[in-house]
Design a protein around this ligand. Structure first.
Ligand code: ADP
Ligand code: MG
Length: 360
């Protein structure tokens, strides 16, 4: 199946969604964006809950716009899987099922056997979402839409169900649009990510492409690239670019930046905190001399974020580089506020966004 959105647009008062062009094949597209950016609007248009102002939605070449919801063969799962409370779980799943085998298969896959005779109000949040998913899939939809289906669940259940969804999606051969505002869920489940910001698609690509090579400052910020610096291209040799940010120099390795990054051009240097390396000062071979991508700085603060430590290092010119390190690294470094430390940004970790005049 191929879902093809062309110039799809919708307006609600001040809010404009689109126009959006997007093609989704038999894959999981994780739709990630802040609250109010238009994620639910996108799903509602595909499902037929809302009609677009303009544009088209083709499913294997068949136009969905203008068709009633029940003709679309689009299944949708909501944040709180809207089940019929007066029916048992089994009756809910059977409601629009294509066959008894389908119901039995889904009950087995989603481990529902033990709860089929209970009514939704007696089920846990995780069980309710499994039943909602089974009910939607029982109708054998051509497209599956999920709108933050795990966000009302507790963390351990959410993680378990997320892992199960990963396996379940792999067995489905249809386009799946999975809306979430949680980056981990998006990268874990998505074959590709679509980043939505204020009604527009900011970037669509593989998780690593979006995370490592954000197309805009919005995407960089939203996906956790805290090191964003305004710089100027100093030199360009082949694909490699030397950028100056104040008196700190960053050397890229084979940059994918457009030809516009010529000497003198303004660019934004992006370095994800997880790519920044820290070294004790005395371990540096060159004794702390300034060179491209390596500077000496002062630890300004650190924060224990559970799985990792976040360390802010002030380097020359008022620049602060943020590094995320694993607990063993943190302990080995013996990080103290006010102490001097060596900061390295490997060439491969540096991504440049050309300055197109978009607000920083
Ligand atoms: P998200 O799901 O990303 O949080 P939504 O798509 O729900 O965002 O909403 C995007 C914007 O559209 C919001 O400003 C919201 O208030 C508005 N909106 C969504 N649905 C409607 C509606 N049915 N009527 C009026 N405004 C709406
Ligand atoms: Mg929403």
């Amino acid at each position: 199946m191929t879902l093809e959105l062309s110039r799809l647009a919708k307006t609600y008062g001040e809010f404009t969604f689109g126009p959006v062009d997007l093609t989704v094949g038999d894959e999981v597209l994780a739709v990630l964006g802040p609250s109010g950016s238009g994620k639910t609007t996108l799903l509602s248009l595909v499902a037929g809950i809302a009609e677009p102002a303009s544009g088209s939605i083709l499913l294997d070449g068949r136009e969905l716009v203008g068709r009633p919801l029940e003709d679309r063969r689009v299944g949708m799962v909501f944040q709180e899987g809207a089940l019929f409370p007066h029916m048992t779980a089994r009756e809910n799943v059977e409601y629009a099922a294509v066959s008894d085998e389908r119901v039995a298969d889904l009950a087995a896959t989603l481990e529902l056997e033990g709860v089929l005779d209970r009514r939704p109000p007696t089920l846990s949040g995780g069980e309710r979402q499994r039943v909602a998913l089974a009910r939607t899939l029982a109708a054998d939809p051509d497209v599956l839409l999920l709108d933050e289906p795990l966000s009302s669940l507790d963390a351990p259940i959410r993680k378990r169900l997320r892992d199960e969804l990963h396996d379940l999606f792999a067995s489905l051969d249809i386009p799946v649009l999975y809306v979430t505002h949680d980056q981990r869920t998006a990268t874990a489940l998505g074959d590709r990510l679509a980043i939505v910001g204020d009604g527009t698609l900011e970037q669509v690509g593989s998780p690593s492409a979006v995370l490592d090579r954000p197309a805009s400052r919005f995407v960089a910020r939203f996906t956790g690239t805290e090191n964003l610096f305004e710089g100027t291209v100093a030199e360009r040799t082949g694909g490699d670019i030397l950028v100056r940010v104040g008196d700190v120099r960053f050397q890229t390795a084979g940059s994918t930046v457009a030809e516009s990054a010529v000497p003198g051009a303004a660019v934004t240097v992006c370095i994800h905190p997880s790519r920044v390396e820290l070294e004790p000062l005395d371990a540096s071979v060159d004794g702390g001399a300034e060179q491209a991508n390596a500077v000496t700085g002062t630890v300004a603060r650190w924060l224990n974020e559970g799985n990792e430590y976040r360390i802010d290092v002030e380097v020359s010119g008022g620049l602060t580089l943020v590094a995320n390190v694993r607990p063993p690294t943190f302990e080995r470094l013996g990080v103290d506020i006010g102490s001097e430390i060596r900061v390295l940004a490997p060439r491969e970790s540096i991504h440049l966004i050309p300055d197109s005049g978009e607000s920083r």
